[in-house]
Unconditional design. Structure first.
Length: 114
């Protein structure tokens, strides 16, 4: 995908890329998807895998990813109530893309973040 040129010679970003980054470009979303790429887990399991994310932010991001159709939330009534998060088929499709992005970053980005 590449930018599109308008009749005026101006370029604009591809609409599909804009849509993808509206979800994947938000802080934590890629890491949450990557964590769920290892398999179904609980809220606490995602929080531990991601590290540094608050419960409130994780809850908001999981809801957003669920609304986008990338994450499924399953509730078993219990007792005790058990909530499990898994990737949907669409979420699973993005995992290789994230892995490829990570490989690219390792080879091409020199900025080191703590």
């Amino acid at each position: 995908m590449s930018g599109q040129e308008h009749g005026t010679g101006e370029r604009s970003c591809d609409a599909a890329l804009v849509l993808a980054f509206s979800i994947l470009g938000k802080r934590w979303n890629g890491l949450i998807l990557d964590a769920l790429g290892a398999g179904a887990t609980s809220f606490v399991g995602v929080r531990r895998a991601v590290g540094g994310i608050s419960d409130t932010m994780l809850s908001e991001r999981l809801a957003e990813l669920s609304d986008a159709g990338l994450v499924a939330r399953e509730v078993e009534p219990g007792p005790p109530v058990v909530v499990t998060y898994t990737l949907t088929a669409a979420g699973e499709e993005v995992i290789p893309v994230l892995a490829q992005l990570g490989t690219w970053a390792t080879g091409n980005l020199s900025i080191q973040h703590p």
